[in-house]
Ligand binder design. Structure first.
Ligand code: CTP
Length: 402
């Protein structure tokens, strides 16, 4: 959900600055690009070397450094970000921000920025409670500065109370909430199935298919990017985890169905998984041996539950919009239209997966969107682009913020 968000992280001089490399890692794990700006005080608690290593970027410190000004002036620094985050924010930097003081690179960037500013205060409980600090907080809140924490707890100074910097994961959550607000799918929940399912024959062997999970994972990322709280239920796949998405890993169709049922209620369900149609009726508890067997074993297959159909027919738990995929090798749109009415879903994304199209495991997809109003032929595009366009269509269909 923080994918490609640019965060200017200002680290001011409090003991909680020791948590900032961890904060950088938590933000980057969720896809953010983090640039660090370290105050003189901050540099007493954490080194620019550590911050540079975890952010994999230059750390900015000195307003009078000609090199910094040549490479990236303080005005550009403050504007080439989607949000400015001050963490930890000391009582001192909050006071300077409230007064408009610009006596170092951090405060100059804060005064020059036209981007939203969020602060995660960290200070002694009495400093937090001091009327001067409380007045500054009111001033800053009135001007639109967002506050994350502080939390209550034991402090480095030995006292207990309000003033502890929020946990880095909670700060990252707060940033995700911040970016979700105003997004077209803010307030919705989505589930996406992705990848193949594998059905065990015995503890060693299984039935599987060629699905890579690329398309489903990209859809989960796109829905989360539009602000939907998204759960991705994935069969075995080598795709990287999409940032900002809850991931449930499963193997068999039965496990996938179970995970989908647990994820309900949701507003949106997209079934992109290539679910195995059959499973072996009686899984062998031990490896089936070749030596000593009297004849080649015969596998008896039974049909798996249809996850898309069961979500489409989930009664009062039915998602508002259910989207299926149709993997076809012939009569693509006609077969997909028949699938739409048979399973009872709202839309079907039909794709040709015949040999030679390279759809399975490839980066591109040529799809047809089938709705009650007819068939839309989309040009060939990357799976990421298909995901983005589908997510936009879903947001339109659900009518913006809910
Ligand atoms: N699907 C599902 N559960 C199954 C089988 C399929 O949820 N047991 C979903 C897929 O995720 C996809 C849609 O149903 O969204 C169509 O899958 P597809 O493999 O194209 O069709 P099948 O229903 O398996 O029919 P057929 O194999 O006859 O083409």
């Amino acid at each position: 959900m923080l994918a490609d968000k640019r965060i200017l992280l200002i680290i001011s001089g409090g003991i909680a600055a020791y948590k900032s490399p961890d904060l950088v890692r938590r933000l980057r794990e969720r896809g953010a690009r983090v640039r660090c700006l370290l105050t003189e005080g901050g540099s007493q608690f954490v080194t620019s070397l550590a911050l540079g290593a975890v952010s994999e970027d230059k750390v900015y410190q000195n307003i009078f450094s000609l090199t910094d000004e040549n490479e990236m002036g303080h005005i550009r620094l403050s504007r080439e970000a989607d949000v400015v985050l001050v963490a930890p924010a000391t009582a001192n930097i909050l006071a300077k921000m409230a007064q408009g003081i610009a006596d170092d690179l951090a405060t100059t960037a804060l005064l020059a920025t036209d981007k939203p500013v969020l602060v995660a205060p960290a200070m002694n409980v009495r400093m937090w409670g001091n009327p001067a600090t409380q007045d500054n907080i009111k001033t800053l809140s009135r001007r639109g500065v967002g506050f994350i924490g502080p939390d209550e707890g034991d402090m480095a100074c030995g006292e207990f109370g309000l003033g502890r910097m929020s946990d880095p994961n909670d700060i990252a959550d707060a940033l995700e909430d911040f970016f979700r607000k105003g997004q077209p799918l803010d307030g919705t929940r989505a589930l996406v199935t992705s990848g193949p399912t594998v059905e065990a024959i015995d503890p060693v062997r299984y039935l599987a298919n060629r699905s890579s999970g690329k398309q489903g994972h990209a859809i989960a990322a796109a829905l989360a990017g539009l602000g939907s709280a998204t759960t991705l239920i994935s069969g075995p796949s080598h795709q990287p985890d999409p940032p900002g998405v809850d991931i449930v890993r499963v193997e068999s169709a039965a496990q996938m169905l179970d995970a989908c049922a647990k994820a309900l209620p949701v507003d949106i369900a997209v079934c992109a998984a290539a679910v195995s149609d059959w499973r072996v009726e009686a899984q062998a508890g031990e490896k089936i041996k070749k030596t000593g067997s009297r004849k080649t074993p015969t596998l008896k297959l039974v049909e798996n539950p249809d996850i898309l159909a069961s979500l489409s027919q989930a009664g009062n738990k039915r998602p508002r919009l259910v989207v299926g995929f149709a993997a076809e090798t012939e009569n693509v749109t006609a077969n997909a239209q028949a699938k739409r009415s048979k399973k009872g879903c709202d839309w079907i994304v039909a794709n040709d997966v015949s040999a030679g199209t390279g759809t399975f495991a490839g980066d591109d997809n040529t799809v047809h969107l089938i709705t009650k109003d007819g068939v839309e032929d989309w040009p060939k595009m990357t799976k990421t682009a298909v995901a983005g366009r589908l997510a936009d269509r879903i947001a339109e269909a659900l009518g913006g913020n809910t």
